[in-house]
Write a protein that binds this ligand. Structure first.
Ligand code: HEM
Ligand code: MG
Length: 332
């Protein structure tokens, strides 16, 4: 069971993180790797259990230690991930596919299926992973990495940066509108899709480097091989979604989906977006009311307690301005 968020990391400057205690090792048969190159890399360097099954507390420690991810961001993503894709009773999350190691399954429609589960967290129009509609939403995709390279050459003089991120977000969106009849781009995926564009700049660029230009061989190491370059130093200060404003401003996309086959993208005016939802409160309400309640319509007993506890950690980390806490399963 969860003991709640671990304390914030004390030293938060840059340091060598590809060190002797955290050597890269390839994943072994049965080890879980998934759609997130950040967590995959932490597992392949032993910051997370190498089998890819972790508690949110282990994830919060690992993302701070290995990448200098800002503390509240780490908590929001780790508890959000556990709630939608993990087993809240055993407090275990697979960073890839379904695993028996996370324990007895919750009642359907929840699956505790791991981060590969399409829908609640993993979603369409990813950078280097295909849409679930095409059959594989979690493996490195060479064709898509080729788009990243093409765009880095065209807009970044051979490096991946915030400008490239803005153009590539638009390109990946257009690809999915035109080819995926089931394309969906609604929160929380909508929000995460912007954050994940800037993460490579904020976390995969060496902390001693201040120009925000990600080398493409380094990028491939993280995205494909879950591997830090030799001598890699983490970011020089706690980082989150810095630069996301550039990506949002580059091209305007409203949350929505293809409602009737390819090229039928239709905005959903009820979904939280960046212009209407400046407080983040709409994002929080959507998460609780549209994502969590749908997965867990009627939890009881220890499951209900575990959900309440983790929804509490999620809310406290998010701390949305002017937003009241929601208690879908009561308050005791
Ligand atoms: C993508 C979860 C932390 C970098 C994803 C996705 C998930 C996820 C579920 C798939 C979304 C999609 O593209 O469909 C998490 C969780 C974290 C975490 C639970 C816990 C704190 C990090 C960190 C980094 C990172 C620390 C960077 C060091 C990325 C990137 C993508 C991504 C770049 C996009 C991958 C792509 O589309 O090719 N993450 N993540 N994440 N994550 Fe993470
Ligand atoms: Mg995806």
């Amino acid at each position: 069971r969860s003991e709640g968020p671990p304390p914030q990391m004390e030293f938060n400057g840059t340091k060598l993180v590809n060190d002797e205690d955290h050597p890269w090792q390839p994943a072994q048969e049965g080890d879980m790797r998934g759609p997130c190159p950040g967590l995959n890399t932490l597992a392949s360097h032993g910051y997370l259990p190498r089998n890819g099954i972790a508690t949110p507390e282990q994830i919060i420690i690992a993302v701070q230690e290995g990448f200098n991810m800002e503390y509240t961001t780490a908590q929001i993503v780790a508890y959000g991930g556990l709630i939608v894709d993990g087993n809240v009773v055993t407090n275990l999350l697979s960073i890839g596919g379904k695993s028996t190691l996370t324990g007895e399954d919750p009642p359907a429609p929840a699956t505790a299926g791991g981060l590969n589960t399409h829908g609640p967290f993993e979603g369409d129009a990813s950078i280097t992973r295909g849409d679930a509609y095409f059959g594989d939403n979690h493996s490195f995709n060479e064709t898509l990495f080729g788009e990243l390279v093409e765009y880095s050459n065209r807009y970044g003089a051979g490096k991946y940066n915030y400008t490239v991120a803005g153009e590539l977000r638009w390109r990946r969106f257009q690809d999915s509108v035109a080819t995926n009849p089931e394309f969906s781009f609604l929160p929380p995926r909508y929000t995460a899709a912007y954050a994940e564009m800037v993460f490579p700049v904020n976390f995969f660029v060496d902390g001693r480097q201040t120009d925000g230009q990600l080398d493409l061989d380094v990028a491939r190491g993280f995205f494909q091989h879950s591997q830090m370059p030799d001598d890699f130093h983490r970011a020089d200060k706690p980082m989150s979604t810095e630069g996301i404003g550039n990506v949002i401003a580059a091209h305007s996309i409203s949350p929505g989906r293809n409602i009737n086959g390819v090229n039928t993208y239709t905005p959903d005016p009820t979904a939280a977006n960046f212009t209407s939802d400046t407080t983040g409160c709409g994002f929080y309400q959507d998460f609780v009311n549209k994502t969590v309640i749908v997965l867990y319509p009627n939890p009881t007993g220890v499951l209900r307690e575990a959900l309440n506890r983790n929804l509490g950690y999620f809310y406290e980390a998010l701390n949305p301005a002017n937003c009241t806490q929601l208690f879908p399963y009561g308050t005791e």
